[in-house]
Design a protein around this ligand. Structure first.
Ligand SMILES: [Fe+2]
Length: 157
């Protein structure tokens, strides 16, 4: 059933499509963070193991919220891994157990998502007339900025 929420059908469709790509990015970053939670090694293992867990838990919540936001706009959400991999802007690099490389890979992904979200905030408000989703992605921007800061704080040079 269509959502009669004061936003044109074409606008809803355009917003939902952008959110599908965002959902794919969040899902890939969730998996990458969990991979590092499992495979990190070092004398600070427990610190990094727990830190990555806190980050993937936050990403899991974001994944859920983005998918449900798509449903609120009257569209079905992507839900297959094969589709996420087709849609995502992020890359899956080779396995690494080296903490510095893991941190850099995750930080790059958060910053890619942040730059994309910044564009979506204005596009959703100005072009698509969807202030609710613009506000929603503004919240996600702040969450990613905080997660990126925490990752960046492990880099000392
Ligand atoms: Fe675990």
């Amino acid at each position: 059933m269509k959502a009669n929420i004061g936003i044109g059908e074409n606008h809803l469709k355009a917003v939902a499509e952008k959110l599908q790509t965002l959902l794919a990015d969040e899902q890939v970053l969730y998996t990458k963070t969990r991979n590092y939670h499992w495979n990190v090694v070092g004398d600070n293992f427990m610190e990094m193991h727990a830190f990555y867990e806190s980050q993937y838990n936050e990403l899991a919540e974001i994944v859920d919220e983005v998918a449900e936001r798509i449903r609120m706009l009257g569209h079905y959400s992507t839900g297959r891994l094969v589709d996420f991999l087709k849609l995502t802007n992020l890359l899956e690099p080779e396995y690494t157990n080296v903490q510095a490389e893991q941190i850099k890979n995750l930080l790059d992904d958060h910053e890619t998502i942040i730059r994309g979200l910044r564009e979506l905030i204005t596009e959703f408000a100005d072009k698509q007339k969807d202030l609710g989703t613009s506000d929603f992605v503004t919240g996600l921007l702040r969450q990613h900025e905080k997660m990126a800061w925490m990752l960046r704080s492990y880099i000392t040079k």
